[in-house]
Design a binder for this molecule. Structure first.
Ligand SMILES: N[C@@H](CCC(=O)N[C@@H](CS)C(=O)NCC(=O)O)C(=O)O
Length: 279
């Protein structure tokens, strides 16, 4: 597929802001290569885990809408993140982060918990993020009034997609350790890096959809769950690996504008339109 043929290919070509420094620090050849795109939340899952654990890697920027040969050879789905490990390919962000735990046990901290029951329980919530939260995040962002619909009807439908999203955020938050600040306690684990990219991008709802609707401190509707959520979000936002894998906001805007207008043609956007899950 050529650059011109994909309507989303016109993304800013490289990381900017803090993420640019991380990219520059990872240009040297390494046996572990991350084929990534600076704007991609699925990439950020893997990127933050690599950074948290100090695993040596080479970062290779690709435009997943141009699908360069180098990417397609490794991953026939043509999606980022794609990993090359000692010449062999691996992809799917949740698989990749699990693999990094197994393949690099000497790099600390490990981000999976020891206890088998707790480990399995966290898998349920990782799956919840991917199978429910992310599709709902996209349904909310891509919401459009239907043709011929009254303003009131459109408002009601928007309220519904917003409440669906908030319901998932609440369900997720209720599973957290009481004190945290992270999901299972004082230190972040894999689950936190699996969900973080979408939570820190929730500014898109304020920017494009009239607000996310999470009450602020002391506002109507504020309760223990939302207090816990705000504490969680602030802990996540404060994490160095999260901050350092973000680019300047102005370059995300044209990308999210296309989702907000429901004109994006990425696999995720198409899946959302067809009522399917994450590609
Ligand atoms: N299930 C994949 C999803 C990855 C994904 O959708 N990545 C997007 C960029 S954020 C992509 O490569 N899109 C290319 C396309 O839609 O053609 C994962 O978890 O790694």
């Amino acid at each position: 597929m050529t650059k011109q043929s994909h309507p989303d290919a016109n993304v800013y070509p490289e990381a900017t802001g803090p993420a640019k420094q991380i990219v520059l620090a990872h240009v040297d050849e390494q046996p572990l290569k991350l084929y990534g795109s600076w704007f991609c939340p699925f990439v950020q899952r893997v990127w933050t885990v690599l950074e948290e654990r100090g695993i040596p890697y080479q970062y290779i920027e690709v435009n997943p809408y141009e699908k360069p040969e180098s990417l397609m050879k490794l991953n026939p789905r043509g999606l980022v993140p794609t990993l090359e490990y000692k010449g062999k390919p691996l992809y799917e962000s949740t698989v990749v982060v699990g693999f990094l735990e197994d393949a690099y046990p000497e790099y600390k901290p490990q981000l999976l918990v020891e206890d088998p029951y707790e480990r399995a329980r966290l898998k349920i919530w990782e799956d919840f993020v991917t199978s429910r939260m992310i599709p709902s995040w996209h349904r909310f962002l891509s919401f459009q009034p239907k043709e011929g619909q009254s303003a009131d009807e459109a408002k009601e439908r928007l309220k519904k997609v917003r409440n669906d999203w908030l319901g998932y955020v609440m369900d997720f938050t209720k599973e957290m350790d009481k004190d945290g600040p992270f999901f299972v306690g004082a230190e972040p684990k894999l689950i936190d890096f699996v969900v973080a990219p979408w939570l820190i991008r929730a500014w898109v709802f304020d920017h494009y959809k009239g607000g996310q609707g999470i009450p602020e401190e002391g506002q109507e509707g504020d309760d223990e769950v939302w207090k816990r959520y705000r504490k969680y979000l602030s802990a996540i936002q404060g994490r160095k690996s999260i901050q350092e894998t973000m680019s300047e906001q102005e370059h995300y805007l044209p990308i999210y504008q296309r989702y907000a207008d429901d004109t994006a043609q990425s696999e995720m956007a198409k899946a959302t339109r067809e009522g399917k899950g994450v590609p």
